[in-house]
Write a protein that binds this ligand. Structure first.
Ligand SMILES: *Cc1c(COP(=O)(O)O)cnc(C)c1O
Length: 421
């Protein structure tokens, strides 16, 4: 459920008409609903209660300061994958003890900054990283709390670019080698082993891979405890999928996912962490765009939008589907017609949808891409010298620009002329 509904024939974000934001901010723009973000966060809270837990929002899915602050104020932790995200999470008011640091390529500089600023744990992904962290922490006279990310070799049955838990993926250490690596970690200076981490992929619409992975983690917990490690925290990653197509069967709910967690690892006495990104932010955001031209081709009609692949890359990168809806609700008897919906960028890949049914559209009409809150704005670029798409947040009947569209002068002046020119 989200808070983007038609009221009196006009699409709203909570109590604000999308057309009103468009008139004020211009198009294209992203808009996020505070109520939807809050609702999704609370679904996970309910799903894991009463077990001790921390929900660490994966901010790589949607990293705006206002989004992170909204969730942080509800008590969320944050999962970061770079020191840039770490610093932004701190700037949003999230304390270090609620930030977990994931990622396969943490540099020594990143480790140093996170150790100085305070960190809940590093999710270590390899032995070289473990050795580097030991050196950095002990040279600072500090101890780094860590989990080790294990790769459970399960098939997440998701898009190959976002599956991370098979043995051929670059993530974590093979679970078969875990005991050996934990033994090594326990001997290192500056390292405090606190638990185990696993994350098997993104946009999972089946609970079976989670169940398989978490059973393996439970078994490993028992083994490692028998080996003498104090395993007191399990980080179970993110990855629960969302409904991108309203016409498809709904994916499992956080409550069902919580039941799998309780059933597999709930009796180990561990503090649990999860790292949902997409399920919190995905359906909490729209990308709103305007039709520039309706172009009639020989075989098909094109809707040429003012949003492009640089603003929302998921369709061209993953072949992803986004429902696209008119901002003015069509009258009940309107006959839909098929359009190819494209952006203005000079690549054929700049196609959002083919032969998509919409009511007859005209230049100047607004459309909204649903489920665009995750991996939308954060993956945007300025390709084709198109200004970075702005972000807006709605809260009840208020809205605010939370990242402004840059001016062309700002964009041009970010470059500097080489002195010999
Ligand atoms: C991307 C990522 C997540 C979030 O994945 P979602 O599919 O957005 O829930 C969580 N943990 C790690 C380590 C990730 O890389």
């Amino acid at each position: 459920m989200d808070h983007f509904l038609y009221r009196d024939g006009a699409l709203h974000a909570e109590d604000v008409a999308i057309a009103e934001i468009a008139a004020s901010v211009g198009t294209p723009f992203y808009v996020y609903s505070t109520a939807t973000l809050t609702r999704h966060y609370k679904l996970f809270e309910e799903a894991l209660s009463p077990l001790p837990h921390l929900i660490c929002f994966a901010m790589k899915s949607c990293g705006n300061l206002s989004v992170v602050k909204t969730l942080g104020a509800l008590g969320a932790g944050v999962d970061v994958v770079s020191v840039g995200e770490y610093l932004k999470a701190k700037a949003a008011g999230v304390p270090g003890e609620r930030i977990v640091f994931s990622g396969v390529g943490k540099t020594r500089d990143e480790m140093r900054i996170a150790l100085e600023g305070g960190i809940r744990q590093f999710n270590v992904e390899s032995e070289p990283e473990l050795f580097a962290l030991s050196e950095v922490a002990s040279s600072m006279g500090l101890t780094a709390p860590i989990t080790i990310r294990v790769n459970p070799d399960v098939d997440a049955k998701t898009h190959e670019k976002i599956a991370t838990g098979k043995k051929e993926n670059k993530f974590g250490i093979p679970i078969s080698r875990a005991r050996e690596v934990y033994a090594e970690a326990a001997r290192l200076k500056g390292i405090d082993v606190v638990g185990i981490d696993v994350h098997i992929g993104s946009q999972l619409v089946d609970l079976v891979p989670f169940e398989e992975a978490y059973l393996k983690v439970a078994e490993l917990t028992r083994q490692l405890r028998a080996d003498g490690h104090d395993i007191r925290r399990l980080d179970l990653g993110g990855g629960l999928g969302i409904p991108y197509e309203r016409s498809n069967a709904a994916p499992p709910l956080p409550l069902d996912y919580g039941a799998v967690i309780k059933r597999t690892v709930g009796d180990l006495g561990c503090e649990l962490e999860i790292e949902p990104g997409r399920l919190i932010s995905g359906n909490a955001g729209l990308l709103v765009s305007k039709v520039i031209y309706v172009k009639s081709g020989e075989e098909r009609d094109f809707l040429i939008l003012d949003a492009a692949m640089n603003d929302l890359i998921r369709p061209s990168m993953y072949g992803a589907h986004h429902d696209i809806v008119p901002v003015v609700e069509p009258a009940p008897a309107t006959l839909p017609q098929p359009y190819d919906i494209v952006g203005p960028v000079c690549e054929t890949g700049d196609t959002f949808a083919k032969q998509r049914a919409l009511p007859p559209m005209r230049a100047g009409d607004l459309v909204a891409f649903r489920s665009a809150g995750a991996y939308g704005a954060v993956m945007a670029s300025e390709y084709n010298m198109r200004p970075l798409v702005p972000e807006v947040m709605v809260h009840g009947d208020q809205f605010a620009v939370i990242r402004a569209r840059p001016t062309y002068d700002e964009m041009i002046n970010r470059d500097s002329m080489a002195p010999w020119l």
